[in-house]
Structures are given as structure tokens and as C-alpha cells.
Design a protein around this ligand. Sequence first.
Ligand code: PAF
Length: 279
Amino acid sequence: MQVIRSLSQMMQLNYPLGKSVGFIPTMGYLHRGHLSLVEASKKECDITVVSIFVNPAQFGPREDLSSYPRNIDRDLKQLEKLGVDYVFIPSEGMIYPEGFNTWVEVKALSEILCGNSRPGHFKGVCTIVLKLINVVRPDKMFMGEKDYQQLMILKKMLRDLNLRTRIVCCPIVRETDGLAMSSRNSYLSTADRALALSLYNALMQAKKAVSEGKTDAHMLIALAKQTIRIAGANVDYVEILDSRDLSEQETIDEHSRMLIAAYVGNTRLIDNLSLSSGE
Ligand code: PAF
């Protein structure tokens, strides 16, 4: 495994002719969710590249940039074990040199859900991901469904900007009790860890209600909000949207997806689930 810390070295890297390149962009502090993306890339592509960069541009002024968990040594050990070919670890100055002033924004899709509570967040995500794609030049980029809105926005960006990289969506990896894996779970106290499960419980409750014939999105949303509030967490949003384009739905169909964001103490968590019985 080669660790590359220089932008020009990564840009000039010559991949062997005809070999496919899989890419997993990360902010480090890797968990089993990230590792499942690496495994998917190893299966589908000849060469696997992982980047580690805590991107300041996607954090708001009152968010957790300075406390975001980091452990590069542990990350590198895990990636080496999985047989990753290259790990790209740029510095902030390389990515955002003095005078940097070009931003990429996917309108509309970035203004709902998390974009509403975290203004500018997706502009930061799109800009860094486009820059990383330009540097790494992957055929496929592997991303988890946990950040479902991010996935949809990045797909749209790749289409709108005619990039040849394709996104491969991978399922959410959960703890045995259902909590979605997230680097931010490390912030949770034991008591908060129990509250955090209310997001998953609310999703499963909605899925069960749909399987029993309930189809009114407003009713299902109200029920989910109540479950989260009763547990003691603060709802940011609960929505049921069409999983293909994140448009609003009144009535459940096979494309319905419930998306949740909630604060457990000071930690903002997100989760989502398809409400269709087939998934
Ligand atoms: O999902 C993440 O970890 C980040 O948003 C990403 C895609 C690595 C961009 O910084």
C-alpha cells in the first residue's frame, strides 16, 4: 500500500493501462461502513484508492470541525489489511491554497433536508469530491447509502458535469442493534447511545406500518417524530421522499424512502430506510 501526501504525485500517478480504478473518499476515522466500501471496490475494480481528508469547507462555523475524530495510524492499518493500493492524504493547504475561490453547487437538491439545517454543507462536499475525482481519476466511486442525500447530489453533479466516474451505492452498515455506523457515534455517551437507537426504531416502525397497509406519508412521519421525541432526542427532520429524485410524497409507493436527522445531545445523527417491502 502506498501512502501519497503530495497532490502532484497523486495527479501524475500512472495506473497500469486497462486497469479499472475504484475510489472511496473519506474523512478518516474509519469504521466498518467505510471498510465495506473498500471491500466492494476490491471486488469490482483492479486498483483501489482511498482518500482521507477532513474537509473544512463542509463544516459550518458552529459545527464540529476541530473535534471531528481522527486516527490516521489506525486508519492506515485497517486499509493495509484490506489490500488497498493507494491512500491519498492531502493537506488543507494543497486542497484550498491561498486565493482558492471556485465552488461547485447542485441547486435545489442541496437546499432541502440536511442542506436546510447545514447551509453551505453540500457546496463544500461537491467541491471537494469534484477536486478529488479530478486528482484520483477513478472509474467508480463507492459511497454508502447512509448519506443518501449526499449520494443523490453527487450523482446529479457527475451527470450534470459530464464526468465519466460512476457512483456505486452500497448499503448502510449497522451495529447489531441497528444503529447506523458513523464516525460521529464516537461522540455518544452510553446514555446517548441508547437514545440514538430511536432513529432506527422510528424507521423500522414506519416500515412495519407500511407492510401492514398504511400509506399516508403524513401519518407515518408524525408517528416517527413521536417515537424519536418520546425517546428524548430532538428531531431535525423526518421526511418521506421518492428515492429516485428526493421529491415529496403524499402516499407510499415502492420508491418511498424515510429520511431522518435528529440531535442526540449535541450530536447530529442521520439515518434512512426504504419503506418498500422488496428492500
Ligand atoms: O461522506 C463523507 O465522508 C464526506 O462528505 C466526503 C464524501 C468524504 C467528502 O468530504
